[in-house]
Design a protein. Structure first.
Length: 252
């Protein structure tokens, strides 16, 4: 499988790959698959890092102008590399952290705002251990999880903005409601996408926001040459009704 990947991708691309992260699936033969489906964002369309900054800063503007948050937040810009995917955020404790598969907070990873939280405080906050009870992580056991896990690339902006706002409030001694703050920031980030603001920027300057995907072209070209069929899954957004529904386009 590794050799197939190297043969398929253009010269020079494989130098950027971590070969230890390429796995073979012994349960399926791709030669038997006739139809391939693709998502759009960060699958067919690869965006530049500049888009992170623009989305984060625009959502920050929504907080200030529409939600009447302090204008001092305008001094906080997007911080590249501050957050990674799959972090957990404890809404009630305002902690952004890394949790392992057994629901233990990995010491040294917890942040409140933009500042690390000492391990001793983390252990005290979770009852003398850094273990998070299962009922707090799953909505199966009660009213809903108090922890949010940020799974996708779009979450990087939300985590950074969330941490920046908390940092401002903590630094200036401003009391805040943790649940409402989290909801406001989620809504601000969502509005940038739902109201189509992000795609208007992209349409005006494709060269600045869209990366040329040699790898994507190579894979699609390979599939076309083998007479495979494609479909593209998009999200249809009703701004007035605030509803999302899948829209499937066949025959691509």
């Amino acid at each position: 499988m590794k050799k197939l990947v190297y043969d398929l991708l253009p010269p020079g691309v494989c130098n950027l790959l971590n070969t230890a992260a390429i796995y073979a699936n012994n349960e399926i033969s791709l030669g038997d698959i006739e139809i391939y489906g693709f998502d759009y964002d960060y699958t067919l369309a690869q965006y530049s890092n500049l888009l992170h900054s623009v989305i984060c800063n625009t959502a920050r503007g929504i907080l200030i102008e529409q939600f009447k948050y302090p204008e001092g937040l305008g001094r906080y810009d997007y911080i590249p590399g501050f957050a990674i995917r799959e972090l957990h955020y404890d809404v009630q404790k305002s902690l952004l952290m890394k949790s392992d598969a057994f629901h233990y907070v990995q010491l040294g990873t917890a942040y409140r705002g933009l500042k690390p939280v000492p391990d001793e405080e983390v252990i005290e906050l979770y009852g003398g251990t850094q273990h998070i009870p299962l009922y707090q992580m799953s909505d199966f056991y009660g009213k809903g999880p108090s922890l949010k896990q940020f799974m996708d690339i779009f979450s990087l902006r939300e985590m950074t903005l969330l941490s920046s706002v908390i940092d401002y409030f903590v630094t200036h001694g401003i009391e805040f409601d943790q649940v409402h703050l989290y909801k406001d920031i989620s809504d601000a980030i969502r509005d940038v996408h739902v109201k189509g603001v992000m795609y208007k920027w992209i349409e005006k300057d494709l060269e600045q926001y869209i990366l040329h995907g040699d790898e994507i072209y190579a894979v699609l070209n390979h599939l076309v040459n083998h007479e495979k069929k494609f479909f593209l899954i998009l999200i249809s957004i009703d701004i007035n009704m605030d509803k999302f529904s899948p829209l499937v386009i066949l025959g691509l």
